[in-house]
Design a protein around this ligand. Structure first.
Ligand code: S3P
Length: 447
């Protein structure tokens, strides 16, 4: 049975809710900070004073490794435990991760109330500053991208313990039943007469024009290359708003090429800074337009927002490709597994992982992982891509390892990610390797 990890800022209610949730679900419970203090034989502020934050973090990682080896346990973590990537991946791999959130004033009020009650002043050395509210804002902001990897986010502001536990149990029940139930809801991604995951290899051409006008020019060029799918990377369009998107979608509708809408967040390779709400609003209006074959949504999008979009897509018949990007490395296999697990639980129809091999061994490992996962019965279609120079082979021949789609640019200079070949280069390589596109196979098929 998976653990449940409660993460979130000091004052979010992790320790209180861990005990209450464990009671409600008849699970064991452990408190990471309490274990660190008891193992060190001193309270947390003293560990900070004697060993610094580094010393504390080392103890925290060791404690997390210990608790991650148990199962069926609700674990209250410390507010900063999520910063360390190994801690993060261990939690995501061995349990459901729940982000407990609250507004800044509520967090401060709760921390102060505890400080008044406890002899050690509440044990929050990081908040022992002149302006704790500003400190909360600053630390929260820097940690939010990590908190956002959680499977569930619950806002505890103004909610009682009992209410929060009820909401939490409903979410956990949904997640636990999700993999099976959601598989039924999964929609095939049909592009023209083909289906992603069934017909291979398929090609998607991303468009990266800085204006609707240049997008439309690129779209006309792309259509001549007869790709299976065209990706509208609207994060590249400087004046992207709902009316320019409508213009773009009506302008591309006549080309007869299936369209994928992507509005990439900047942290994962997006071309411009945009408010998260504006970013999601554009996706929402694209989904409702009736002009799309699919849309892309990052796994790192706040889960509630991500799920709303996926549901909206299901209602409008527009399947979601849930994506993850790492521009520095190929995460280890445990991390890849946990990313995919979260993608399956998200209810999306296709999973896309674009990562960066740093040597040939990374390439081999990535392809082997893709083969094993795409062969799993009931697995949704996977798009697995290596970026950068070592990744090229995965872009040319990833379909041999089960990857459903490859991205190729209209011209050598117009790619949307590192190492993307041009369509002509891709086709030359396929010819040289004796690989037929799914179109050619169809043409030559014997009936
Ligand atoms: C910390 C939060 C504390 C404790 C330590 C560091 C943090 O836990 O682990 O003081 O980095 O936010 P709580 O979140 O329970 O306050």
């Amino acid at each position: 049975m998976r653990n449940v990890y409660l993460i979130g800022f000091s004052g979010a209610g992790k320790s209180t809710l861990a005990a209450a949730l464990a009671r409600a679900r008849r699970m064991a419970t452990r408190d990471l900070d309490a274990e660190i203090a008891s193992e060190a034989g001193m309270p947390i502020p003293e560990i900070f004073a004697q060993e610094g934050e580094r010393g504390f973090r080392a103890r925290e990682s060791a404690a997390l490794r210990r608790v991650a080896s148990c199962s069926g346990t609700v674990i209250a973590t410390g507010g900063g435990a999520i910063i360390d990537p190994e801690n993060r991946e261990a939690m995501l791999a061995t349990g459901w991760v729940v982000w407990l959130d609250a507004d800044d004033e509520t967090l401060l009020r709760r921390v102060r109330r505890q400080a008044e009650r406890q002899a050690d002043g509440g044990g929050r050395p990081l908040l022992a500053v002149d302006d704790p509210l500003a400190r909360i804002r600053e630390l929260k902001l820097s940690r939010e991208p990590h908190y956002a990897r959680a499977h569930i986010r619950i806002d505890t502001t103004g909610r009682s313990v009992a209410e929060t536990v009820r909401a939490l149990c409903a979410e956990l029940d949904r997640l636990e039943g999700a993999s099976g139930a959601r598989a039924h809801k999964r929609m095939p991604v049909r592009v023209g007469g083909k289906v992603l995951g069934r017909d291979r290899p398929l090609t998607c051409v991303p468009l990266v024009g800085a204006s609707v006008k240049s997008m439309l020019e690129q779209a006309a060029l792309a259509a001549r290359l007869a790709p299976d799918l065209v990706e509208l990377r609207v994060d590249h369009v400087l004046d992207a708003d709902e009316s320019s998107l409508t213009h773009l979608l009506s302008g591309t509708a006549g080309l007869g090429v299936p369209m994928l809408l992507t509005n990439r967040r900047q942290q994962e390779g997006g071309a411009r800074e945009q408010g998260e709400q504006a970013r999601l609003a554009l996706l929402r209006s694209g989904i409702a337009s009736g002009s799309l074959s699919a849309f892309d949504i990052e796994l790192a999008t706040v889960p509630a927002e991500r799920e709303q979009l996926i549901e909206l897509g299901l209602r409008h018949g527009v399947p979601a490709i849930v994506s993850f990007h790492d521009f520095n490395a190929v995460p280890n296999d445990v991390a890849l597994d946990s990313i995919l697990q979260a993608m399956v639980a998200s209810g999306a129809s296709v999973a896309k992982l674009a990562v960066t091999p740093r040597d040939p061994a990374d390439v081999a490992r990535l392809l082997r992982w893709c083969r094993a996962e795409s062969d799993r019965p009931g697995m949704m279609p996977l798009i697995v891509l290596g970026m950068g120079p070592y990744g090229l082979v995965t872009r040319l021949a990833g379909h041999l390892a089960g990857s459903a789609l490859t991205y190729a640019a209209t011209e050598a200079t117009s790619g949307s990610a590192p190492g993307q070949p041009a369509v002509t280069e891709l086709r030359t390589a396929w010819e040289a390797l004796g690989i037929a596109s799914s179109d050619e196979r169809e043409r030559h098929a014997v009936i």
